[in-house]
Design a protein around this ligand. Structure first.
Ligand code: ATP
Ligand code: MG
Length: 422
C-alpha cells in the first residue's frame, strides 16, 4: 500500500476511465476546431493581479478560492482558477487582435485550481475545455458559441441538460439597474457578509443559494425591465438565432454567474442529474475585460465547460461512450526465439500504423491470452518454435476464433487487409 494519497479535493485519472475524459475533451473541442477556433495554451500560473483584476476583486474565486503564493524571487503568482483572463492576456501580449480580421477565435483545454470545499462535482483541481471569441460584438457570435456547446453535448449523447440564458445589460443600463437593486436589497434582513456584498456586487446576491435569502428576493427589480434599447435588440437577436438553430433555452432572469466581467449575454448549461453541482458549463459576453487588464476595447464572448462534471453527467444519464479498443493486434510469443522474432514483428506493425501490443514479461500462454483478451485486440499473433521453423506465425481472429498460418514476410500486409486499414 502506498504511503501517499492524492491531495484533498483531487483525484487521479487512470485507465480505463481516463479514456472517457480524453473522449469528452475531444468531443467538446471538435465542434470548435471545425468552426475556426485555434488552439491556445497558457501557463498554469499567472501574475495574481491578472486574476484580481480580470476575474474581479469581489468574487469568491479571488477572495476565497485562489491558490496564490510568492515565489523565491518575490513574484506574486496564482494557480489559474479559470481560463478567460489568461487567454485574453495571451492574445493581447501576442497582438493577435491586430493581425487580421476580428474576432480572434481560440479554444483551450487544461487544469484549473480552486480552493473549495470538496464534494461530488466540486474539486480543487478540475479540468475545463473553453472557447473565446475576442474582439467582435455580434449576436451571431454569442449564438455560435452556445450552438457549438450544445452540439458537443449532443454528440456525447447527453439529453438532460438545459441552457439558461440571460442578459446582464451593458455600461449604459446596468448601473441604473444596480442602483435600483441596491435600494431594494438594503431594505431586506440580511447577514453582515451579504450586506457588504450588496454594496460591492449586488447582482451576485441574486445568485445566493440559501432559501432564506431567495425567499426575500421575490419582488426584486428585474434586469430585464432595465435593459437599454441596444441591449434589448442584441438579446432578441441572440434568442432568435438560437431558436432558428433549433437550440432550446430557458430565460433565467436571476442568472448572474460568479464572475464580475460579464456583460449582455450570459448563459449556463445545467444538468438535472447532478444534484447541487448542477452547472456543467457557463459563459457569456465580457465586453469590458480587455480594458480591465490594460488592453484596448475588445468586446468578446466565451464559455468554459467542466470536463469532470460532464463525465458525471454522462454517468447520471447512463451514457457509455462507444470507445474503440486502442489495441488492434496482440502478439503472444511461445519461447525465447519467438520473443525476438515477434518483438520485431510488433515493431514493424507499429511502424506501419497498426496499434499493436505484446505479451511482455515471459508469461505463460494462458496469462498471455488473458492479456490479449483484455486489450480488446481483434487479432492475435501467436508463434512458437515449430511455426518459426516453417517461417510462419499463427494469426487468430479473436471474434470468430479462426486461426490461419501467415508467412512472416506477409504479416503486416495480411493484418492491414484484415483490419481494413489499406
Ligand atoms: P459553481 O457555481 O458550481 O461554483 P462556477 O460558476 O464557479 O460553478 P465557472 O467558473 O463558470 O463555474 O466554470 C465553468 C465550469 O467549470 C462549471 O460549470 C463547472 O462545470 C466547472 N467547475 C467550476 N468549478 C469547479 C470545481 N471546483 N470542480 C469541478 N468543476 C468545476
Ligand atoms: Mg464556483
Amino acid at each position: 500500500m502506498s504511503t501517499f494519497q492524492a491531495p484533498k479535493g483531487t483525484y487521479d485519472l487512470i485507465p480505463p476511465t481516463s479514456a472517457v475524459y480524453l473522449a469528452v475533451r475531444e468531443a467538446i473541442s471538435s465542434p470548435l476546431r471545425h468552426a475556426g477556433y485555434g488552439y491556445v495554451e497558457t501557463p498554469g500560473f499567472e501574475n495574481v493581479e491578472l486574476f484580481a483584476r480580470g476575474v474581479g476583486e469581489s468574487t469568491d474565486i479571488v477572495t476565497k478560492e485562489m491558490y496564490a503564493f510568492e515565489t523565491k524571487g518575490g513574484d506574486r503568482l496564482a494557480l489559474r482558477p479559470e481560463g478567460t483572463a489568461s487567454v485574453l492576456r495571451a492574445a493581447l501580449e501576442a497582438n493577435l487582435h491586430k493581425q487580421g480580421a476580428l474576432p480572434v477565435k481560440l479554444w483551450y483545454s487544461g487544469s484549473y485550481y480552486r480552493y473549495e470545499r470538496p464534494q461530488k462535482g466540486r474539486y480543487r483541481h478540475f479540468s475545463q475545455v473553453g472557447a473565446e471569441a475576442i474582439g467582435a460584438e455580434d449576436p451571431a457570435l454569442d449564438a455560435e458559441l452556445i450552438i457549438l456547446a450544445d452540439q458537443a453535448y449532443r454528440a456525447l449523447g447527453l439529453r438532460h441538460f438545459r441552457i439558461l440564458l440571460n442578459s446582464l445589460g451593458d455600461k449604459e443600463c446596468r448601473p441604473v439597474y444596480r442602483e435600483a437593486l441596491q435600494d431594494f436589497l438594503r431594505g431586506l434582513d440580511l447577514d453582515e457578509d451579504t450586506r457588504r456584498r450588496v454594496e460591492i456586487n449586488p447582482l451576485r446576491v441574486l445568485d445566493d443559494k440559501r432559501a432564506e435569502v431567495q425567499k426575500q428576493l421575490t419582488g426584486a427589480p428585474l434586469l430585464r425591465d432595465f435593459l437599454c434599447d441596444a441591449c434589448r435588440a442584441y438579446h432578441k437577436e441572440v434568442r432568435e438565432l438560437l431558436t432558428e438553430a433549433g437550440v432550446a433555452f430557458e430565460d433565467d432572469e436571476r442568472l448572474v454567474r460568479g464572475l464580475d466581467y460579464y456583460t449582455r449575454t450570459t448563459f449556463e448549461f445545467v444538468h438535472d442529474g447532478l444534484g447541487s453541482q448542477s452547472a456543467v458549463g457557463g459563459g457569456g459576453r465580457y465586453d469590458g475585460l480587455s480594458e480591465m487588464i490594460g488592453g484596448p476595447e475588445l468586446p468578446s464572448v466565451g464559455w468554459a465547460l467542466g470536463v469532470d462534471r460532464t463525465v458525471l453527467a454522462l454517468e447520471a444519464e447512463g451514457v457509455t461512450l462507444d470507445l474503440p479498443a486502442t489495441t488492434s493486434v496482440f502478439a503472444v510469443p511461445l519461447g525465447e526465439e519467438a520473443r525476438r522474432v515477434l518483438f520485431s514483428v510488433v515493431t514493424g506493425l507499429r511502424r506501419a500504423g497498426v496499434a499493436t501490443d505484446f505479451a511482455f514479461g515471459g508469461r505463460g500462454l494462458k496469462g498471455a491470452m488473458k492479456a490479449a483478451n483484455r486489450s480488446g485486440a481483434r487479432l492475435t499473433i501467436v508463434a512458437g518454435e515449430r511455426d518459426l521453423a516453417d517461417g510462419v506465425v499463427q494469426l487468430k481472429d479473436m471474434e470468430s476464433g479462426e486461426q490461419v498460418p501467415v508467412p512472416l514476410s506477409e504479416v503486416t500486409s495480411v493484418v492491414q487487409a484484415r483490419l481494413g486499414t489499406v
